[in-house]
Design a protein around this ligand. Structure first.
Ligand code: PLP
Length: 390
């Protein structure tokens, strides 16, 4: 189909939740590049919003997924699933978690995490149900995760929100202390806020948050849906901060494009879920969990966590050297990069698009989240294009 025909179908038949999209439709991908059906080639520095960590058509991933498609897609969790059991084991071995639950998306993983924190206290007979999260956060689009998301534009149309959620400023420990009550069951936060423009938590702040949680018996939940799976230079971002959460959530990169989410929890809190307390039809199905195993395998074999830190450092230093005064600030952890400009980033994003380079934009900040397989050659193409347009 021609782009204009696709656009006409979209306008007529698809709910208008995404408005005017970037005017392109991709047909295939290879490595760091996406291709239209007219064989126009785009360098992808956004990875499907931090999803495609292995880039496109990764050899072993594609082979493994294709084999799985030929064997079995779905059985439901009424039966045992080998890849589900193996992926849970692998995630436990890699992380501070002792038990895993699989969902289908980031929002659903966060829902699961919030439910787990609540049921933990419910089963102890303790009346704690409030969740504190951060302003400018993003936790998803379901009703509970919208209530946790600290941005009015996502909340307002859905008032009255689910009760029991409140937000405080990031890195303001006094605001957090003031918000905690004897009803607080969980503190939920992104180690680096992604959607609002790459804002990391301070290390001193997060250590103090951990201390407060220990002191007041509050469950600390990290939303690692964007920061997890190597994006920040370690498999999980919490590893860079010197604190462990009680629960953390994953999605996006865990499936490299196959939808999957995960709730990863320490034993004491994971034990609160008993048969019937939580569930779903698709979560952890053979295809999604096979994808997760293939991703983690490739991440390890190709040292992609190390590559994220190495290439992130390279991109940051090249931008500072070549663009210095054109850039207000760079905020970065691994390959989670926010480049703050002096003008609206949507203009820069559009100019980069015209140069066939894809990035994200919020406010004055360009969001750069490339596949973790990126090399210097591709980073240079991006940096040169950026230099030409700012
Ligand atoms: C930090 C964070 N949490 C949750 C979500 C929601 O994930 P999903 O869109 O898969 O529901 C996102 C998506 O951008 C995210 O960045």
């Amino acid at each position: 189909m021609k782009l204009e025909e696709i656009k006409a179908f979209d306008k007529e038949y698809f709910m208008n939740t995404f408005g005017e999209r970037t005017p392109v439709a991709f047909e295939k991908g290879e490595g760091m590049y996406l291709y239209t059906n007219e064989n126009e080639k785009y360098l992808d520095m956004f990875a499907g919003i931090a999803v495609n960590v292995l880039g496109y058509n990764h050899k072993e991933f594609t082979k493994g997924i294709t084999e799985q498609v030929g064997k079995l897609l779905h059985t439901s969790s009424l039966y045992y699933i080998e890849s589900q059991a193996k992926l849970a084991k692998k995630l436990v071995e890699l992380s501070c978690a002792d038990k895993i639950y699989f969902a289908n998306s980031g929002a659903e993983a966060n829902e699961g995490a919030i439910k787990l924190a609540k049921i933990y206290f419910y089963k102890k007979g303790v009346e704690k149900y409030e969740v504190i999260s951060l302003k400018s956060s993003f936790h998803g689009r379901t009703l509970a995760t919208v209530a946790a998301t600290g941005q009015e534009k996502y909340q307002k149309p859905y008032y009255p929100l689910i009760p029991g959620f409140k937000q405080v400023e990031i890195n303001d420990i006094d605001a957090l202390k003031a918000a905690v009550t004897d009803k607080t069951c969980a503190i939920l936060l992104e180690p680096v806020q992604g959607e609002s423009g790459v804002h990391p938590v301070d290390e001193a702040y997060i250590k103090e948050v951990r201390r407060i949680c220990d002191e007041k018996e509050i469950i600390l939940i990290f939303d690692e849906i964007q920061t997890g799976i190597g994006r920040c230079g370690k498999m999980f971002c919490y590893e860079t901060l010197g604190v462990e959460p009680d629960i953390f959530t994953l999605a996006k990169a865990l499936g490299n494009g196959v939808p999957i989410g995960a709730v990863c929890a320490k034993q004491f809190v994971a034990d609160a879920f008993a048969p019937g307390d939580h569930g779903g039809t698709f979560g952890g199905n053979p295809l999604a969990t096979k994808a997760g195993l293939l991703v983690l395998d490739a991440m390890e074999k190709e040292n992609l966590c190390e590559n994220a830190e190495k290439m992130g450092t390279y991109i940051e230093s090249e931008i500072m050297t070549k663009l210095g005064d054109k850039v207000k600030e760079i905020r970065r952890k691994g390959l989670m990069i926010g480049i703050e400009l002096f003008t609206p980033a949507s203009e820069a994003r559009q100019k980069l698009f015209e140069k066939k380079v894809l990035v994200g934009a919020v406010g004055n900040t360009l969001r750069v989240l490339p596949p973790l397989i990126i090399t210097k050659a591709e980073a240079d193409i991006f940096i040169d294009a950026l230099k030409e347009i700012v």
